[in-house]
Design a protein around this ligand. Structure first.
Ligand SMILES: [Zn+2]
Length: 144
């Protein structure tokens, strides 16, 4: 069974055994967060969410993205043009599936979040698209 490759030379701040992750996450969450799977397009809970608030890592609760950087990418997954801060995520090359992509991991627990694409011509401030699986996130609306 494949699993998320360890990040070389970096120990995650939140570190758990595979058995612990399996116990804490649902099978679908585990398959994406810990095995770098991808949820099908358009089925994710947050694809079209416009609610104002913060998106946290579903595995470790670290705040990763804000609704202000979410945009309509029409790609079927929640898309952000920037993380909350650069050090919230780890980016690394991913050559699986016959493609050259950049994988996005939670910097705190090293769980798989999705991929980031650049220069696609989206009309946003960074020209980047953090294409993140809904199931990797927990959205928390701001208090009003
Ligand atoms: Zn995390």
């Amino acid at each position: 069974m494949k699993s998320v490759k360890p990040v070389e030379g970096v120990t995650p701040k939140v570190e758990k055994t595979d058995a612990q992750w399996r116990a804490e996450l649902s099978p679908d969450e585990y398959a994406v967060l810990r095995q770098a799977g991808t949820e099908p397009a358009w089925v994710g809970k947050y694809t079209d969410t416009k609610t104002v608030g913060v998106y946290k890592c579903r595995a470790c609760d670290t705040e990763l993205f804000r609704s202000e950087t979410k945009f309509d990418s029409h790609c079927g997954w929640p898309s952000f043009f920037s993380p909350l801060a650069g050090d919230k995520v780890i980016l690394r090359e991913d050559r699986t599936m016959g493609m050259r992509r950049v994988e996005v991991l939670c910097a705190t627990c090293h769980s798989h979040l999705g991929h980031v694409f650049e220069g696609e011509g989206y009309n946003n401030p960074t020209d980047q698209r953090y294409c993140i699986n809904s199931i990797s996130l927990t959205m928390e609306p701001d208090e009003r």
